[in-house]
Design a protein around this ligand. Structure first.
Ligand SMILES: *Cc1c(COP(=O)(O)O)cnc(C)c1O
Length: 545
């Protein structure tokens, strides 16, 4: 299930198992769940679909009838607090409750998701909330420019696009001659300039622009100037206008530092039709650049689509991303740019937080979280200008006698060498297979084997366990530790647990050390049942360690 929107499919799969195999609702749920996985993409609670209970019962009542369950049991599938009868029905909760593997789309996003969904596992330390991380990737052959692919094919061999991180062929990136990589990149930049001018002219002609505007469009951008690219959806959290924060500093960058070392910006993106503030951002970029006379050097490319995106990630020099951390669950355009040899300049959010952001680009900030958005904009815009002025511009314009920026090309090679194998769909699909699909497939095969016998058994066991769980009592916990406890000194812990009607084979006991609440993140389980010495008092249905 890719995002919560898709989670109604769980209901349909349960129905199919009931109809085709004659399973009860509880049995069908186990079987369906065994083979379902959920990938979440939304790092903010407000982004998750919630529906009023009446609406859910109205539109999905036929499923409820089919399942022969009451209103509350049906609605519990989408509720965190199943005792709150007015609570809305959450699509993410439905997906989580009907999946056996859950993942976020970057390491940071998985961490944020564990926190966001932790109330579904109250009592579990945050680090143990079962949301895994499978970082997104992009399809190399679809996002690297054709001429650059030919270059990689020639120097790395044709398997580079799917080769694992660490494969020997990646070492050959360093054998690509600097001048060849650089000339190829300069051609990509020239091509981008042509494409942008054409797009602008076409859009102006369609809108009946003046002859002067048309001439201006055809003269915008300079194919030899350091080009910063920014292209993505215009959601407000991505802060497309952050680079315009300080007019004086942006003017200085654009006009150069007196040595002709100028910077230009190519911006593209679409806002969702209902996203009024997002559309306002686009208008403000266009108006600002026109009013300030900067429209030759700050160009908004109209009609953003995959073709513009391809030309931009190949033809810009630096890829900019400045979302409000941690709102960018992964982000993928920066990966596309990196595969084309572009260093990234980005806030430490999504994929960039786990990339080698020193060798393959520049981090904006150090992964801070802010409470005051205005203050955050101030700090991060200034960091952005500082890096551009002090690091990016000097490195880009430092040329040797052959007019090649050796330091810059070295950084391009690092971006290709480190990021192409890592942030690649080939790696991503392997991760999904190894961590999710194979295990889910085995589980499902087991449960449906022998005419669904194991699936039925699992449902019975689960319901027995649930019914009797609250009979469990901790009768005594004794910890014998010396007052002046030293490192490596054994500590004896004795716990007497009354299991009631549950058998010792049904449970696993774990010894946990650490504080509760938020501090649980930094604590760890000391040992599990199988590590623990001591007698097991099966006969008395009492566990003793
Ligand atoms: C890659 C791509 C995106 C997604 O970019 P993000 O960095 O993930 O926001 C959006 N639109 C197009 C056309 C793309 O190619």
């Amino acid at each position: 299930m890719n995002e919560g929107h898709s989670a109604f499919m769980a209901l349909e799969r349960i129905r199919v198992f009931m109809d085709e195999a004659g399973l009860s609702f509880a049995e069908a749920l186990q079987v369906a769940q065994a083979s379902q996985m959920f990938t979440t993409h939304t790092p903010v609670p407000a982004g998750i679909d919630l529906f009023p209970p009446e609406k859910v019962l109205h539109y999905l009542g036929h499923y409820q009838q089919h399942f022969s369950v009451g209103d509350e049991e049906f609605l519990a599938l989408g509720r965190t607090d199943t005792g709150d009868f007015s609570a809305p029905f959450s699509m993410a909760v439905l997906a989580i409750k009907t999946a056996t593997f859950i993942n976020g789309v970057s390491k940071l996003h998985a961490e944020v998701s564990r926190d966001m969904f932790s109330h579904l596992w109250s009592g579990l330390p945050l680090g143990e909330v079962p949301v895994h991380a499978i970082t997104n990737g992009v399809h190399a052959r679809s996002c690297v420019a054709k001429s650059t692919q030919a270059l990689y094919d020639r120097y790395l061999g044709p398997n580079w696009s799917q080769a694992n991180p660490g494969a020997a062929l990646w070492e050959r990136v360093h054998t690509i001659p600097d001048d060849e990589l650089w000339r190829n990149h300069e051609q990509c930049r020239s091509h981008l300039v042509v494409v942008v001018r054409e797009r602008l002219a076409k859009s102006l002609t369609e809108r009946g622009g003046s002859a002067r505007e048309l001439t201006e469009a055809q003269e915008c951008l300079d194919p030899f100037v350091l080009t910063v690219g920014f292209a993505r959806r215009f959601a407000t959290y991505k802060r497309a206008t952050l680079f315009l924060h300080d007019l004086e500093r942006i003017r200085k960058l654009i006009n150069g530092d007196g040595h002709g070392r100028r910077v230009q910006f190519v911006i593209a993106g679409k806002a969702h039709p209902k996203d009024i503030p997002g559309k306002e951002l686009i208008r403000s970029i266009i108006h600002f650049t026109r009013d300030e006379g900067l429209s030759r050097s700050i160009v908004f490319v109209p009609n953003y689509d995959i073709h513009v995106s391809r030309d931009m990630v190949a033809g810009c020099d630096v890829w900019l991303n400045n979302p409000r951390r941690p709102r960018e669950a992964s982000g993928t355009s920066g990966m596309k740019a990196a595969m084309n040899g572009l260093p990234n300049l980005s806030v430490l959010d999504g994929w960039w937080d786990e990339a080698d952001y020193i060798r393959t680009g520049w981090p904006i900030g150090h992964g801070e979280d802010y409470d005051d958005p205005d203050y955050q904009d101030d700090v991060e815009a200034n960091a952005l200008y500082d890096i551009l002025e002090k690091e990016i511009v000097p490195l880009f314009y430092e040329r040797d006698k052959d007019e090649i920026p050796r330091g810059w090309v070295a950084k391009m090679k690092q971006a290709i060498y480190l990021n192409t194998p890592q942030f690649n769909t080939a790696r991503m699909v392997k991760d999904y297979a190894n961590h999710g699909y194979f295990a889910a497939s085995d589980r499902a095969q087991t449960l449906i084997s022998q005419h669904y016998g194991p699936g039925r058994e699992l449902a019975v066991w689960q319901s027995r366990l649930t019914d009797r769980w609250y009979d469990i009592r901790f009768e005594e916990i004794a910890i014998s530790a010396a007052a002046d406890l030293r490192v490596n000194q054994p500590v004896k812990v004795v716990a007497c647990i009354q299991l009631g009607a549950i058998t010792p084979d049904d449970v696993q006991v774990e010894l946990y050390q650490g504080t509760g609440g938020r501090g649980w993140r930094n604590s760890h389980w000391l040992c599990h049942t199988h590590d623990l010495p001591g007698p097991r008092c099966h006969g008395q249905k009492l566990l003793r360690y």
